[in-house]
Write a new protein. Structure first.
Length: 403
């Protein structure tokens, strides 16, 4: 078992009078040390404990950092043992410093991360989450090849400058918009955060970038547009089927993954005889509790025969086909908006619920959101609600003038 000792080099004070903190790892009678890249006033160091006095916020933060590093060192000891390698102070420090090459390849770490995600798909991880990280891995590989002619990069070599180059690559070569670019950099940042936790690097370089998500107006259908789409005579079966799924989402607020996995057991009957959808969201596992409105009930009944065969409540096509056919539907119905299951979810939040004075708290519960702030991101202040509220103001003013 290794011995871990934190100490300060009092004979080598820095210019500001503080002394550097080091860690010494001892195993089998030999020792190796490495700097913690931190320093402390000599009077604040408790040699017997190998920690600071901990009576200030700064000292407490240093102690917390040292405890994390000790945990990582002992974790490395266990890793080496599990790998059947000799446990020595030199080997532990080498891996801790990121000089153990097989454990500091960024793409290797990313592949291991994605492999673990794949094992959790269907339980705690959504399929699209795994797919998103697979895409992020592929794009960073492409970037390394195009920009540097490399097939991989060590974690310690991923600097803010490299990430700036990656940002530029995503927005030029890949023609991604700002929000998509930010998403890919944050995905990569998750792996770099893991590297910080493992002690391979001290800081995630993504924090040095000025990343911001731009507010995007989310499209939704007005009541008139929804009525046109729902009542339009569609003679092509595949388009009629996709139209029904879209309208169902407009009246339930379900996302694509949730409506695609909907089964009869997700439908329950309440005390008043009304049917409800009670289902955990695929993305977050938050429960959705949604009363079934009559348009949604009619669509379920329309596909009841197919449900008995497939076990699925509705015949949902692949997301790619859905989006392609929705473009055709928009053209047929004269709707100049990009139809998608996201658009349907926004329509439920605005036109179907909020515009009909359903409280934002109840809308939040039906959408399966963790907090109302998430619902406000979907919600629109509709002209109809503005007009309704201003009519109340007008009425109050008129009443005061009469008095």
């Amino acid at each position: 078992m290794i011995n871990v000792l934190f100490y300060v080099k009092r004979k080598k004070p820095l210019k500001d009078g503080t002394v550097p903190i080091f860690v010494r790892v001892t195993a089998n009678g030999t020792s190796h040390e490495v700097s913690m890249h931190s320093s402390i006033a000599p009077s604040q160091w408790l040699a017997v404990k190998g920690r600071t006095r901990g009576n200030t916020l700064s000292n407490k933060q240093i102690n917390s950092y040292l405890e994390q590093q000790e945990f990582r060192l002992r974790e490395i000891e266990q890793e080496l043992g599990n790998e059947g390698k000799q446990i020595s102070a030199k080997a532990v420090i080498a891996r801790y410093k990121g000089q153990d090459e097989e454990n500091t390849s960024l793409l290797t770490m990313y592949r291991e991360h994605n492999a673990k995600l794949a094992e959790l798909v269907g339980s705690t991880v959504a399929h699209n989450t795994h797919k998103r990280h697979e895409t992020s891995l592929k794009l960073f590989e492409e970037f390394l090849s195009a920009k540097y002619g490399k097939t991989d990069i060590q974690v310690k070599d991923v600097s803010a400058a490299v990430l700036e180059d990656y940002r530029h690559y995503l927005m030029t070569a890949r023609k991604n918009n700002n929000n998509t670019m930010v998403k890919y950099l944050l995905n990569l940042g998750k792996i770099l955060n893991h590297a910080v936790t493992l002690g391979i690097i001290r800081q995630n370089p993504t924090v040095l970038l000025k990343l911001h998500v731009e507010e995007v107006d989310k499209e939704f259908l007005t009541k008139e547009e929804l009525d046109v789409l729902a009542t339009k005579e569609i003679t092509v079966q595949r388009l009629a089927q996709v139209r029904d799924i879209f309208v169902f989402c407009c009246y339930t607020g379900l996302a694509y993954a949730d409506v695609a996995s909907l089964v009869p057991d997700d439908i329950t009957t309440g005390n008043e005889g009304r049917q409800w959808i009670r289902k955990a969201r695929t993305k977050t596992r938050n429960m959705c509790n949604i009363p079934l409105l009559s348009p949604a009930q009619r669509i379920i009944e329309r596909y009841s025969e197919g449900c008995r065969i497939t076990g699925r409540l509705l015949p949902v096509l692949s997301n790619q086909k859905m989006n392609a056919y929705l473009k055709e539907l928009a053209t047929i119905c004269g709707i100049r908006k990009q139809l998608s299951t996201h658009c349907a979810r926004h329509t439920f939040a605005t036109t179907v619920t909020l515009a009909n004075q359903v409280s934002i708290e109840n809308v939040s519960k039906m959408l399966g959101h963790s907090n109302i702030r998430m619902t406000q991101h979907y919600a629109k202040i509709l002209n109809s609600s503005i007009e309704r509220d201003m009519e109340k103001v007008e009425f109050a003013i008129a009443k005061e003038s009469k008095e």
